[in-house]
Write a protein that binds this ligand. Structure first.
Ligand code: UFG
Length: 334
């Protein structure tokens, strides 16, 4: 297939590009480079040995997007592009709703105009309401507690409404848990602007001596060691999940969790990272972060049954690949 990847030079987009190219698909990467660099496309080429088309496009620029659809015959789109920082979305709701919702609507209008009706969408475990019991199952009710989360809930709804009204659409909603790790080559990985919000990119910077210590946001949760539990998934596994979703796409809307089904605590992550980097990582307990839940992990059974998707990488693998990227690729990309 020839596939358009919006947000294609971002963390998950770039790893999925490698996975698709290695499997014989063709990709076009579209990105506005708000949270990634054009050089990522060269690194995708270095890994796969294949030329990659990368275009600087903002999804809010409808005319530019239409030109991309005129220049290429796409069989499908994987829609990664979007703003994704929870705290920033609370401070800038209008920017989040405009960027994520209007960008998606422009994309859907272009797709329909060109007769492209296969879409895989980057959704999130954040769409599960906080009163759901773990493990989270795809048929649980959805809701959100911040504008970022609402954009994911709303786009899922737009896509369900669209597919219900036009049966020619084939849509897959992939609900990611906590993607971490990097390509084992160390050439591509997560490269957030500024000080990271998420645990593993923050731990990586502390391990590298760039930041002084990890702040553990609460150790009095109802979890085995009192710290927050999450379902961390290697970005390589996640990328394979996208390929399987694409290769098994069918009319209607399918929704899948992409997680391991296993929870790891903040202390588990720090311990695994210490093993990966070979030295102690300074950490201290801080107050809980507002809005955080004690424990979030997937029921991965549906993706296993319908896509044949099971994860292969351990938490230690994820930390090793993150550290390799932190000490080689991220430094070279800076
Ligand atoms: N944490 C710390 N210290 C830090 C950062 C995080 O202790 O410096 C803890 C958090 O309290 C939480 C865990 O580490 O228990 C994971 O936090 P992350 O910020 O890495 O990830 P979240 O689970 O909070 O959020 C992620 C994505 C969101 C998405 C959500 C869906 O970042 O975009 O999963 O569940 F909405």
């Amino acid at each position: 297939m020839t596939v358009l990847l919006t947000g294609g030079t971002g963390f998950i987009g770039s790893h999925t590009a490698v996975e698709l190219l290695d499997a014989g698909h063709a990709v076009v990467l579209a990105d506005n480079y708000s949270n990634s660099k054009p050089s990522v496309a060269d690194r995708v080429t270095a890994i796969t040995g294949q030329a990659v088309v990368a275009q600087e496009i903002d999804l809010l620029d409808r005319a530019a997007l239409e030109r991309v659809f005129q220049e290429h015959e796409f069989d499908a789109v994987i829609h990664f592009a979007g703003l994704k920082a929870v705290g920033e979305s609370v401070a800038k709701p209008l920017e989040y709703y405009t960027n994520n919702l209007v960008g998606t609507l422009n994309l859907l209008q272009c797709m329909r105009a060109r007769g492209v009706r296969r879409l895989v969408f980057s959704s999130s475990a954040t769409v599960y309401r906080s009163d759901n019991p773990v493990p989270y199952r795809e048929d649980y009710p959805t809701g959100a507690t911040n504008p970022y989360g609402w954009t994911k809930v709303m786009i899922e709804q737009q896509l369900r409404d669209l597919a219900a009204s036009e049966p020619a659409w084939s849509v897959v909603l992939l609900r990611y848990f906590n993607p971490i790790g990097a390509h084992p080559s160390g050439l591509i990985g997560e490269d957030p602007n500024g000080i990271p919000n998420n645990l593993v990119p923050f731990v990586a910077k502390v391990a590298a001596g760039v930041l002084p210590e990890v702040r553990i946001f609460g150790d009095d949760y109802d979890t085995p060691d009192g710290t927050g539990v999450r379902d961390y998934i290697h970005v390589m596994d996640l990328a394979r999940g996208h390929r399987l979703a694409l290769e098994n796409i069918r009319p209607g809307v399918q929704t899948y969790n992409l997680g391991t089904g296993r929870g790891s605590s903040v202390r588990d992550v720090i311990a695994a990272y210490e093993e990966a980097c070979g030295h102690a990582i300074p950490a201290s307990v801080a107050p809980r972060r507002p809005g955080d839940l004690a424990s979030v992990y997937a029921d991965p059974a549906l993706a296993a049954r319908e896509l044949g998707f099971t994860t292969e990488y351990s938490l230690l693998d994820m930390c090793r690949d993150s550290w390799h990227w932190q000490t080689t690729g991220a430094v070279a990309a800076a």
